[in-house]
Design a protein around this ligand. Structure first.
Ligand SMILES: C[S@@+](CC[C@H](N)C(=O)[O-])C[C@H]1O[C@@H](n2cnc3c(N)ncnc32)[C@H](O)[C@@H]1O
Ligand SMILES: [Zn+2]
Length: 349
C-alpha cells in the first residue's frame, strides 16, 4: 500500500481503506484462486485503494483484473498500488452502475462488490456483465442492522423481505443477502448456488455461482420460505414459500414470520472439502450441521431459568437420539439441529 494520511483510520483516510478487512481479502483471494479458471476476468467494482484488485492480480492464476472507483483520488491510489506491486490492472473511474451497463457484454468471470453499507443498488446490473454460467458474484454488506431485523423498514426497502428480531439474527441477515441476490438473478433466469458465505465483525460476505437455467432458478426459489421464532417459548418454525401460513405456536402464542428467506445450503460442502488452499474458516464452517438456523442456549436458559449442559455433551446426546447436531460460528451459544424442540430441551438441560 502506498502511504496515505490517516490510512489506519478509515474514517479519516482520503480513500477508504480498512485493515480489518484483510481477513476477508485473504479468504476471497483463496477462493477466487481455487474456483476461477486461469486468466479469468475479475472486476473489483468499488475498488477504493485497489488493495483487493491488487491482491487478486498478485495471488490469482494469471487473472485479468479490472479495478473501478468513482472517486478520482481512489483511482490515483489504485494506480500507485498497482505500480508498487508490479501488476497490470485495467483501471477506470466510473460510477458503478454506469460501468456495469457500459460493460454489459464484457462477461466477467467474477464481479466483487465491496461497498460501504448495502450492495443492493449494484446487484441487478452485475448480472448483465457477469458470465451467466460458472460466474462468481462476491458481495459484502455492512448494513447488518437492516439485514438482521433491527431496522425493519430499511430492510424491506432495500431487500424486499420482512425480518423480525430473533436469537439467530445474523444467520437470518446473511441468508437475506443471499435471498436478495437470488431474486435479482432470477430476473435473468440465472440461478445462484452459494459457494461460501460467512458473518464476521461488522459485515456479511457471500460468494455465489451463476447457473444459466430457468429450471434451476425455480428450484432455488422453491428453497425460499418463512421462519418464525416464538417470542414466548423460543420454539422455531419454518415453512416453504407456497405452504399454508404459520400463525400459532404449539404453546398457543401468535407467531411473527420473517421472509421470504432462503432456507437451503449457504456453502458448497464438496468444494470446501477438496480445497487445495486451506483456511481454518473453511474447515470450521464445513464441520457445521448443514441446516438452517440454530437455537441459542443462553436464550433458552433464560427462558427456562435453568443452566444448560456443556455444548459438546448436548451435541453428543442429540446425535445419540438419531439427529444431526453441531455448534455454529454464528454464536458461541448456538446449536444447529434437526431434532424436535422437546428432544433438544431434554438433551440440553
Ligand atoms: C468500502 S470501499 C472499497 C474497499 C475496497 N474494496 C477494499 O477492499 O479495500 C467502497 C468504495 O466504493 C466507492 N464508491 C461508492 N459509491 C460508488 C459508486 N456509485 N460507483 C463507484 N464507486 C463507488 C467509494 O469511493 C469507495 O472507495
Ligand atoms: Zn411458543
Amino acid at each position: 500500500m502506498p502511504r496515505q494520511e490517516g490510512l489506519d483510520d478509515p474514517a479519516h483516510a482520503l480513500v477508504f481503506y480498512n485493515p480489518k478487512m484483510s481477513y476477508d481479502r485473504d479468504i476471497s483471494a483463496l477462493l477466487l484462486r481455487q474456483y476461477l479458471p486461469n486468466r479469468a476476468k475479475v472486476l473489483d467494482l468499488l475498488s477504493g485503494t485497489g488493495s483487493r484488485a491488487t491482491r487478486y492480480a498478485v495471488e490469482g492464476n494469471d487473472f485479468e483484473v479490472w479495478a473501478n472507483d468513482v472517486q478520482p483520488s481512489a483511482v490515483k491510489l489504485i494506480e500507485k498500488n498497482a505500480d508498487l506491486n508490479k501488476v497490470n490492472l485495467k483501471i477506470s473511474n466510473e460510477e458503478a452502475n454506469d460501468f456495469l451497463t457500459g460493460h454489459r457484454r464484457e462477461y466477467f468471470d467474477c464481479i466483487d462488490i465491496d461497498p460501504f453499507g448495502s450492495p443492493g443498488k449494484f446487484t441487478f446490473n452485475a448480472f448483465r456483465a457477469l458470465k451467466s454460467n460458472n460466474g462468481l458474484l462476491c458481495l459484502t454488506a455492512t448494513d447488518i442492522g437492516s439485514l438482521s431485523g433491527t431496522f425493519q423498514n430499511a430492510c424491506y426497502r432495500k431487500y424486499g423481505s420482512v425480518v423480525h428480531k430473533t436469537s439467530f439474527a445474523h444467520e437470518l441477515g446473511l441468508r437475506l443477502l443471499i435471498t436478495y441476490a437470488m431474486r435479482e438473478a432470477a430476473k435473468f433466469n440465472i440461478a445462484l448456488e452459494p459457494l461460501f458465505s460467512y458473518h464476521r465483525l461488522h459485515y456479511y460476505r457471500v460468494f455465489l455461482k451463476t447457473v444459466d437455467s430457468r429450471k434451476r432458478t425455480d428450484e432455488k426459489i422453491e428453497q425460499q420460505g418463512f421462519v418464525a421464532e416464538c417470542e414466548k417459548c423460543l420454539r422455531q418454525h419454518t415453512r416453504g414459500l407456497y405452504s399454508s401460513a404459520l400463525s400459532t405456536c404449539k404453546c398457543g402464542n401468535q407467531l411473527k414470520c420473517s421472509g421470504p428467506i432462503y432456507l437451503g445450503g449457504t456453502y458448497d460442502s464438496d468444494f470446501l472439502k477438496n480445497l487445495t488452499y486451506k483456511h481454518t474458516l473453511f474447515e470450521k464452517i464445513n464441520s457445521e450441521a448443514h441446516l438452517p438456523f440454530y437455537y441459542d442456549l443462553h436464550e433458552l436458559g433464560k427462558f427456562l431459568n435453568k443452566k444448560n449442559k456443556q455444548k459438546s455433551v448436548i451435541v453428543k446426546a442429540i446425535q445419540a437420539n438419531g439427529f444431526h447436531a453441531s455448534g455454529t460460528l454464528f454464536s458461541g451459544y448456538g446449536i444447529k439441529t434437526d431434532a424436535p424442540y422437546d428432544v433438544l430441551l431434554k438433551c440440553a438441560f
